[in-house]
Write a new protein. Sequence first.
Length: 185
Amino acid sequence: MVDSTVVLFGQTLAYTLYAIVMILVVGWVAWRLTKPPGKEAGVKPAVFFTFVAFLTVLGISLHLITLKTIPWVEPDLHRASVRVDKVFQIRVADHEFQLPADRLVIRVGEKVRFEVASDDLTYGFGVFRPDHTMVFQMQVVPGHLNDVIWQFPKSGLYSIRSTEYSGPEGAHMIVENAIEVLDAK
């Protein structure tokens, strides 16, 4: 599974360049619309529409490429056939995570399912690296199946935090070093 930081960097780069090009196109259209009648506009309509077609193809291509690089898409699309190595059942109530153990131990490459149930409010379940960047997150809604399948590509300690607003107490819903990912055997 690709690390989410790699995906985020690639998407940031691709979509920033795409947005800059689109802004330039909008600026060009505005410039053409504000020219006095009878003045040469500079770029012919055929060139403009060819460029718009190119941007459309590029935009669709970016979405298709990122479909296959986002780490959580494949497990969700093929959820019925994914075999997990471990399942962790976690409950949330009164602004507190109730873990099945003090530390959830996983090996690099193992597929794990986090099944999180809320007894009262809507919470978030986010896993964070030591530098406070997010690995993944999901919304935890009471009365619904809330689970995510994940495969950690790197060893280390990870924290769990609530990523949804659940009142002022929700800001303190942090379990430091709750997940330990060990190197593969």
